[in-house]
Design a protein around this ligand. Structure first.
Ligand SMILES: [Zn+2]
Length: 215
């Protein structure tokens, strides 16, 4: 079952993952998906590529030291609903839910497809390292305030698109670790051990988005 699901997810294209990110964007009412994909996604992916290039040759340990990060491995409470598998708390703390990572690793290790193989903790850490790097490089595209919320008497309130940061963090992990899959695939895999129904719904939702995008 999980093998077929992962096979399907491995073939999901970048445009579908962009739509998946867009659906989580709190400001999506102010921008169409076409605009999002054409005008914003390329900049986010360019950030991911640029930082992955910068980090080439450095291990995760090197990056943790260089950024003076504290990495905390936390247990997950029994029955806890999974929303995040890891968290970055500004300015310098990464928290990873170790139990869930370990359970997910068992699933990943049971898969035959080489493209799906990854060290879950490394992937989660790489994602959070992107957020730490965001604090270091103000000039990143994803750090720019792209959306004007209102303008009144010469005052403007502009906001970042948070979903773009997430998209960039995912692709950073993919590029930096040389992964065969976009890490969004593991949203489903990591939900599987705790909440199989949620995982299946998530999978079905992603397949629907793929249809929506590819007609
Ligand atoms: Zn994130």
């Amino acid at each position: 079952m999980i093998k077929e699901i992962v096979e399907d997810l491995l073939s999901v294209d970048d445009r579908t993952w962009a739509l998946y990110a867009y659906k989580k964007e709190p400001l999506r009412g102010r921008i169409t998906f076409a605009e999002y994909f054409e005008n914003y996604v390329p900049g986010a992916l360019a950030d991911a590529k640029r930082l992955a290039e910068d980090c080439r040759g450095k291990s995760l340990d090197d990056l943790v030291k260089e950024l003076s990060l504290k990495v905390e491995m936390l247990p997950m409470q029994q029955g806890q609903v999974v929303y995040d598998f890891a968290i970055f708390n500004e300015p310098d703390t990464v928290q990873i839910y170790e139990d869930n990572a370990r359970e997910s690793q068992v699933i990943v290790d049971s898969l035959d497809d080489e493209r799906a193989k990854v060290d879950i903790c490394d992937m989660l850490l790489a994602h959070e390292i992107f957020h730490a790097l965001q604090g270091k490089y103000d000039d990143l595209f994803v750090n720019k305030k792209h959306i004007k919320l209102w303008k009144l008497f010469g005052y403007e309130n502009v906001s970042r698109l948070v979903s773009l940061e997430e998209l960039a963090a995912m692709y950073f992990a993919k590029y930096y670790l040389g992964m065969g899959a976009v890490p969004y695939v593991y949203d489903v895999v990591m939900s599987m051990s705790r909440d199989p129904k949620k995982a299946k719904d998530l999978y079905a939702g992603i397949m629907k988005l793929r249809e929506e995008v590819n007609g």
